[in-house]
Design a protein around this ligand. Sequence first.
Ligand SMILES: [Fe+2]
Length: 225
Amino acid sequence: MKRRTPYLIGSQDRRTFLRVTAITAAFFTVPGAFAEELVRTPRQTEGPFYPDKLPLDTDNDLIIVNDGTTPAVGEITWLNGRILNERGEPIRNALVEIWQCDATGVYLHSRTGGEVSKRDKNFQCFGRFLTGSTGEYVFRTIKPVPYPGRTPHIHMAIKIKGRKELITQCYIKGHPQNEKDGIWKGIRDEKARASVTIPFDPLKGSRIGELAAHFDVVMGLTPEA
Ligand SMILES: [Fe+2]
């Protein structure tokens, strides 16, 4: 059963949730993650390809569209993390949106680059997740691929109470094209750049070669409780 909205949890999602909890637990126990060391996630351009018409399916599983049975082409990746304030406290009710191109470099946008006729119709290109009290989010998506002029990246927007509070992008750690990417290089602060450049590692125990990527977002605001 596919999740219809980010707010409902079906049986499939419960399994997903348990799994993600296991993944994130490993990160929470990393010693030395003191609040004062938190680096604010840098703001980055929204770019021109935020969907100009949202897909009908906007859940957090980007590799299956609606009730489709064919998954998207690409390296399946569990992208998860927490939305935090600058004191390291989780932010609940943050609407996390991601968008990215498909495996051929085509976005879900009327003016996308690439060969539109080859767009992977099984890839959702966009997804949403509303955080709970732990501030955690999770998406099942594909490892981003390069397209002309850009190193691989996933766009992310964080909305709180309907307002877009932060727009950023995350990148693949160690990807050779990062060094040539104007937007990546445009993040002058090294710590800030490192904070959005994350490993995409094999997911432990996955028999189908899935990847896991962990991206914590630190907002430069302290919302009311
Ligand atoms: Fe992009």
